[in-house]
Write a protein that binds this ligand. Structure first.
Ligand SMILES: Nc1nc2c(c(=O)[nH]1)N[C@H]1C(S)=C(S)[C@@H](COP(=O)(O)OP(=O)(O)OC[C@H]3O[C@@H](n4cnc5c(=O)[nH]c(N)nc54)[C@H](O)[C@@H]3O)O[C@H]1N2
Ligand SMILES: Nc1nc2c(c(=O)[nH]1)N[C@H]1C(S)=C(S)[C@@H](COP(=O)(O)OP(=O)(O)OC[C@H]3O[C@@H](n4cnc5c(=O)[nH]c(N)nc54)[C@H](O)[C@@H]3O)O[C@H]1N2
Ligand SMILES: [Mo]
Length: 787
């Protein structure tokens, strides 16, 4: 073997890892170790990072299998990392994975199995009592399982019977709109295309997806203002061209660790980096690159030149103030704004400038919590830079005012012509590895008419035109008895969604729930009256149909499409690919008369790609272009030619009303975030190393000055009580951790705290749950601290 993996796994390390080989899953769902709180870290992703990741792969999959698996992550003949959607560089490093990618791979390539014996041993009522961590640790699902009405067990069922039962139930519905087809963002382009085609051939646009909870706000704001709901930058814009990279509401050290490598490259050629965040995240401070000797033994690279610590939800006010100051500076110096760009490519500048002139500075100070010098410091960075990229993630998209906030960031970019130039643009950093591709393939409850027209022309049926249910509206429909069949292509719907208790009740009332899954999760323990689990291949596994190996394709956060080939033997002989499941089910439901050649699609994925190339713009000559090393990049008119396919054909300045969240006394705004040891609802372990937390997840981070004012000591156990117009919601047994977050703000982990997020608390326009701004109070706890 060559490359960095064996170097990191020297002789001593190998011996150390052997002891973690093929350990059995935990039997009990507890541990006797105390929760420990230490100092937060100031650097991310050093050697320790990869070592931690390797430990988790090797522990679950055995050394040999683990090394083989990791070598193929993000390589041209390998599989796309099922971790995040950060793009791969043109020439991937030999170890193009990160600690958290390694954990994601380990989760999938584990040698542990949750087969029929497991389900025979554990009744559903018992499984419901286990933590998300324990459920995920049981290993891969192996066999289709059915929970029949009133049974407390899942029991094995044949594929034939399982698909037959689902088809019967779907065909018996009064209306196709009583079925809902959810997707999580790991589904390949091919499977996503077939899934939406199936749902629409069946007659519904009820295609909610994880995007509804994720970057929906970005898509909404960007399509309205730039005409394309995707990011406008490439990897090279960041690594090679940008003068300034602004990272707002994102924690790349944990959630997109490979982004740190790109930021380091930018930094080394002189770019500046500014972080805007209520939390001083380790990955935004210093980066220790595990792929270089300097990163392994040296001090690492200091990443951020400026850290703007603003209050939760303060970004709208922040960017309005910045835009005001830029216009004012231009009035003084004349060379700040790109007047030619504004004239030729945009509309609405005068109205926006007038609105910024009226800005209420007291509101800005309250909303941001920032002194005026901090604003000026940021503006100085901007004035010193020609080319600016703004990156963001969930810290911007999960607030009531998310869409106006992102529109205001577009205003910021437009002012200086920072769109459609090398080194400049908007960069919403996506989460799931193919969440962007799924949307491109038509997984969307509000499909554009042009997409439906193209489907109609290609497949010769009339797709439904009525918009379908998104995630939040699906929960409402379940609650109100309007959903007869809920099917999920991956994901963990019941746990990822807000208002956990109400959602669990809603889910259990559905006549049939169907989960296509790789691993056990909480949604399986909240079955509908009947419930089916269909175990599928993961991305790391060989997918053979009709005797031939298949590959699938994915699209990353920067619109690059490339192939992904699994290499490991499937976890069980009974697994089917997502494609095989969808195509098999579609034929049964739609009958022999349906004109789509479902059998051919399921047997040879190239046949689907051929159709995609005729339906989805940008996919011409798909099969040939995706075979080229690195694949191809989809067109993006604003990025490619400064053409803006908006309603009026120009990029649009917007005016956005500022609404300041005024907290009643004694209250905090809570954001729900990811620890370093989880992928969404999959909990890898109980540590959050960079924030100094060991062995527990029930912690709430609060500024020490707020704790003093509230009269609550660090280390006390409290209940988090959410306040909302309909009722109070309670998350009991949290340990208070004094932490340097912005004043008035608190943070705790998702998904445990989803119980506090009211279903009706969503972002304007995008309807994304506002899970980063929940008003809470802390009450002394009657229960002991949970772990
Ligand atoms: N290892 C790992 N990788 C992942 C995931 C995972 O769970 N684990 N999840 C994947 C998915 S689906 C996604 S969407 C991404 C999520 O990636 P992130 O968005 O980085 O995830 P969060 O943990 O939600 O972190 C939100 C960040 O925004 C900050 N923030 C919160 N509110 C505000 C605000 O009002 N203003 C500003 N300026 N900052 C704010 C928080 O302090 C935090 O740093 O990661 C993807 N990658
Ligand atoms: N409070 C709060 N809530 C949030 C968020 C937050 O920040 N705060 N973040 C939101 C965001 S950004 C997102 S994206 C959603 C995530 O919502 P989801 O995407 O629904 O949740 P995941 O936890 O990613 O789904 C994990 C499950 O997917 C299945 N799985 C894994 N790989 C595969 C595969 O290859 N195929 C199939 N069929 N199944 C597979 C496994 O069974 C695993 O248990 O949660 C949202 N919810
Ligand atoms: Mo996400």
């Amino acid at each position: 073997m060559s490359g960095k993996v064996p170097m990191i796994m020297g002789k001593g390390a190998r011996k150390y890892y052997r002891q973690y080989m093929t350990t059995p899953p935990p039997r009990r769902d507890d541990n006797d170790d105390e929760l420990r709180v230490g100092a937060p870290k100031r650097s991310a992703a050093g050697a320790a990072g990869v070592v931690h990741g390797l430990k988790s792969v090797l522990e679950q999959s055995g050394v040999r299998r683990g090394v083989k698996t990791l070598r193929l992550v993000n390589q041209q003949r390998g599989f796309d990392c099922p971790g995040c959607a950060w793009p791969e560089p043109g020439k991937p490093h030999l170890a193009e994975f990160c600690e958290n990618g390694a954990k994601a791979v380990a989760e999938e390539s584990t040698v542990r199995r949750a087969g029929p014996e497991f389900f025979a041993q554990h009744p559903i009522s018992e499984l419901a009592g286990y933590s998300d961590h324990w459920l995920g640790q049981q290993g891969r699902l192996t066999t289709p399982m059915l929970r029949d009405t009133d049974d407390d067990h899942y029991r094995p069922v044949s594929w034939d019977d399982a698909l037959g039962l689902i088809a019967d139930e779907l065909r018996a519905l009064d209306s196709p709109d009583e079925a809902v087809f959810y997707t999580s963002g790991r589904t390949s382009n091919e499977a996503a295309f077939c899934y939406q085609l199936f749902a629409r051939s069946f007659g519904t646009n009820n295609l909610p997806d994880c995007s509804n909870m994720c970057h929906e706000s970005s898509g909404a704001a960007l399509s309205e203002t730039l005409g394309v709901g995707k990011g406008s930058v490439s990897l090279e814009d960041i690594t090679d061209h940008a003068d300034l990279v602004v990272i707002v509401g994102q924690n790349p050290g944990t959630n997109h660790p490979r982004m740190l490598t790109s930021l380091e490259q930018a930094k080394r050629r002189g770019a500046r980096i500014v972080a805007v965040n209520p939390l001083p995240e380790a990955g935004l401070q210093t980066f220790r690159n595990p792929q270089t000797v300097r990163g392994v033994v040296g001090q690492g690279t200091l990443l951020s030149d400026l850290f703007v610590q603003l209050r939760l939800g303060g970004d709208l006010a922040f960017f309005q103030a910045v835009n005001h100051l830029l216009v004012a500076a231009d009035e003084a110096r004349g060379d700040v704004l790109d007047h030619a760009f504004i004239r030729e490519h945009t509309t609405g500048f005068d109205r926006s400038a007038a609105a910024w002139a009226e800005l209420n500075w007291d509101d800005v100070r309250t909303a941001t919590g920032l002194p005026d010098e901090a604003l000026q410091g940021f503006v100085d960075e901007v004035l010193a830079a020609d080319r600016v990229v703004v990156c963001w993630a969930m810290g911007l998209t999960q607030h009531k005012k998310s869409v106006p906030t992102i529109r205001e960031i577009v205003n910021f970019l437009l002012l200086r012509g920072n769109i459609g130039l090398p080194g400049a643009g908007a960069c919403p950093v996506r989460g799931h590895s193919n969440v962007q591709g799924d949307r491109t393939m038509g997984i969307w409850e509000k499909p554009p008419a042009a997409f439906l027209d193209a489907l109609e022309a290609e497949f010769g049926f009339s797709p439904p035109r009525r918009h379908g249910l998104d995630t939040v509206d699906t929960i409402r429909a379940m609650r109100d008895g309007r959903v007869g069949v809920f099917m999920a292509m991956g994901g963990n719907f019941a746990t990822a969604t807000p208002d956990s208790e109400a959602t669990a009740r809603a889910m259990r009332s559905v006549p049939l729930t169907v989960h296509v899954s790789t691993k056990l999760n909480r949604s399986h323990t909240l079955p509908g009256r009947r419930s089916v689990i269909l175990p599928c291949l993961g991305r790391t596994e060989v997918d053979r149909q009709d005797g031939r190996e298949q590959f699938v394709t994915v699209e990353d956060s920067m619109s690059a499409v490339h192939a992904s080939r699994g290499t490991l033997p499937p976890a069980s002989d009974e697994l089917r690919s997502e494609m095989a499941i969808i195509c098999g089910l579609a034929r049964r439901v739609l009958g022999p008369g349906d004109p789509t050649p479902w059998e051919e699609f399921g047997a040879d994925y190239a046949r689907v790609r051929e159709r995609i190339s005729r339906v989805v713009p940008g996919f011409d000559d798909f099969e040939r272009r995706v075979a080229e090393p690195g694949g191809f990049v989809l067109p993006h008119p604003p990025r490619d030619s400064r053409t803006f396919p908006t309603a009026d054909g120009a990029a649009r300045f917007t005016t956005n009303e500022l609404e300041v969240l005024r907290l009643p006394p004694g209250r905090l705004i809570l954001q729900t975030i990811r620890s370093h040891d989880q992928f969404n609802t999959t909990i890898y372990g109980l540590d959050d190393r960079y924030r100094g937390i060991r062995n527990g997840r029930h912690v709430v981070f609060v500024n020490p000055d707020d704790l003093r004012e509230l009269g609550i000591a660090d280390g006390t156990t409290v209940d988090l009580v959410g306040e909302w117009s309909d009722q109070e919601r309670r998350a009991p047994g949290y340990r208070v951790v004094a932490y340097p977050t912005a004043r008035g703000c608190a943070a705790a982990y998702y998904p445990e705290t989803n119980v506090l997020v009211p279903l009706d608390h969503t972002a304007e326009v995008s309807n994304t749950p506002a899970s980063k701004s929940v008003i809470i109070r802390l009450e002394p706890s009657a229960t002991p601290a949970s772990r």
